[in-house]
Write a protein that binds this ligand. Structure first.
Ligand code: C2O
Ligand code: CU
Ligand code: CU
Length: 504
């Protein structure tokens, strides 16, 4: 018996999604019929116009019917449209109609620091920011989100995020699904905590700052319990982890393979069949799934590795065994039976990747992702408050190389065009490490070989113990508008696990 079947066998009636599993662990098509149908974010295709506009706004979202919550979004009450960009200069316009600063960082776009949208580029209430984005990179799935220092976690949690697709119009030639919302499905994966009245809960207690905030309710594209209806054949899932802190370990409930075709920064040379994919906050994975048998299935995840390890079960005790070992529903699929455009997996997709170990580097730098306390203090007693509760996060800032983020301090200077090796070391938890302005290659993980899912171009990588990566810094970033590097657990980032660098 396969492990996942075993795990799911008795796992009925999860509070979170409410999916009903049959005894065999297979999702039952009949149960899915009554559930809402998944919708996709509106698409803004800039390939004709060369421009797009976003407006940060407040709105009401009924995640639960009849129980509206106050949320934030771009152009809509919660989250934003998916913007499709061609390889050209694209004019963006971001208007802020909120009563607080927001920014719009293009996570995954390789653009200069002066249009990157990080913490140094707040858009004041009532103002409009109009950067020109020179898109020269290869096709990929990326995203945008607010990045105001100290307010990124709450802003993204409330909904200030959306998807980006860089496309070159060649997907048909590659044999890849590209029909948005039909066989090319953008999936923003998030988790939330709700009050009984349907409003969003976000708790800033010490444990949730330490681990990052996560909720028990899984949302896909802002919807709870919805069902995707793919055609019969090959479907592309653009998976984006838009959570504040939750790390997914995704697999198909039936054991169906996921064929990884692209990572954060672009295509792999050919599809790579994977049983499961670990997706940390900020990371994207494009996978092909074959629904040619038209059988019902579900994307499910194993427990968050940061929640269950190292005696850090404190806040999850009420979920007990569920979180300790079994899988939970992320998104069920009920294929329509309609024939998909593509029936066969393509053999080749992108160009061969250069051997990342083969390049000469001009610098080796080390980064330790520092949590405020030693492991002993993470266990039982401290979790409930005590010393941390009194002093708050201020006295226990997160840091990189012992230095907490300071907007006024430039941490590094990188020569433009330089190739560097960065060695990242994680403290206590696994941390997703993200660098602005580059796509990098991972050359080792925990001192060993690179996992298949991290073989391609990345801009965010989960550092369990250690990761070595190689990046070429082609985009310029001046001292007044530097690039960031940070942990993408947003509570860690906001509390100082971030640094900034110039590229000159
Ligand atoms: Cu997705 Cu610096 O951020
Ligand atoms: Cu970024
Ligand atoms: Cu972190």
């Amino acid at each position: 018996m396969k492990r996942r079947t075993l795990l799911l066998g008795g796992g009925a009636a999860l509070a979170a999604g409410g999916l009903l599993w049959s005894n065999s662990g297979q999702v039952a098509l009949s149960e899915l019929a009554s559930r809402p149908r998944l919708s996709y974010p509106p698409l803004i295709d800039t390939s004709q116009t060369g421009r797009f506009s976003l407006q940060a706004q407040r709105g009401n979202t009924s995640f639960y019917k009849g129980r509206p919550a106050t949320t934030l979004g771009f152009n809509q009450p919660y989250l934003g449209p998916v913007v499709k960009l061609k390889q050209a200069e694209v004019s963006a316009s971001v208007h802020n109609s909120l009563d607080m600063d927001v920014s719009c960082h293009w996570h995954g776009l390789l653009v200069p620091g002066d249009v990157d949208g990080g913490p140094h580029q707040p858009i004041s209430p009532g103002k409009t920011w109009q950067p020109a984005l020179p898109i020269t990179q290869q096709p990929c799935t990326a995203w945008y989100h607010t990045h105001i220092h100290g307010e990124t976690a709450t802003g993204v949690y409330a909904g200030l995020a959306g998807g980006l697709i860089v496309a070159d119009g060649e997907d048909d030639a590659r044999g890849l699904p590209s029909d948005y919302g039909k066989d090319d499905l953008f999936l923003v994966l998030q988790d939330k905590q709700f009050h009984d009245d349907g409003t969003l809960a976000y708790d800033q207690s010490m444990p949730s700052l330490m681990h990052g905030f996560s909720g028990e309710t899984i949302l896909v594209n802002g919807q709870i319990g919805a069902v995707a209806q793919p055609p019969k054949g090959i479907v592309r899932l653009r998976l984006l982890n838009g959570c504040n802190a939750r790390i997914f370990t995704l697999h198909m409930q039936s054991g169906r393979e996921m064929h990884l075709i692209a990572t954060d920064g672009g295509f792999l040379p050919k599809p790579t069949a994977l049983d499961e994919i670990r997706l940390a906050p900020g990371e994207r994975a494009d996978v092909l799934v074959d629904f040619g048998d038209a059988g019902a299935d579900a994307l499910v995840s194993r427990a968050d590795m940061n929640a269950g390890m190292g005696g850090m079960m404190g806040r999850f005790q009420r979920f007990g065994n569920f979180l300790a070992g079994s899988s939970f529903e992320v998104l069920p699929f009920a294929p329509t039976g309609e024939k998909a455009r593509i029936a066969q997996l393509p053999e080749r997709i992108g160009p061969d990747l250069p051997d990342a170990n083969d390049v000469e580097v001009s610098q080796v730098r080390q980064f330790s992702l520092d949590m405020p306390m030693g492991p002993g203090m993470m266990g039982g007693g401290m979790m409930g408050g005590g010393m941390m509760g009194r002093r708050g996060m201020g006295g226990f800032a997160m840091a990189i190389n012992q230095r907490s983020y300071d907007m006024q301090r430039i941490d590094l200077q990188v020569e433009r065009g330089a190739v560097e090796k960065w060695q990242i070391f994680a403290d206590m938890l696994a941390h997703p490490f993200h660098i602005h302005g580059v796509s990098f290659r991972v050359v080792s993980e925990n001192g060993g070989a690179v996992s298949a899912q991290n073989y391609g171009w990345k801009d965010t990588v989960l550092v369990n113990q250690s990761v070595e990566l190689i990046a070429k810094f082609d985009q310029p970033a001046p001292p007044d508008l530097p690039f960031m590097y940070h942990c993408h657990i947003l509570e860690h980032e906001d509390n100082g696990m971030m640094g900034q660098f110039v590229v000159v």
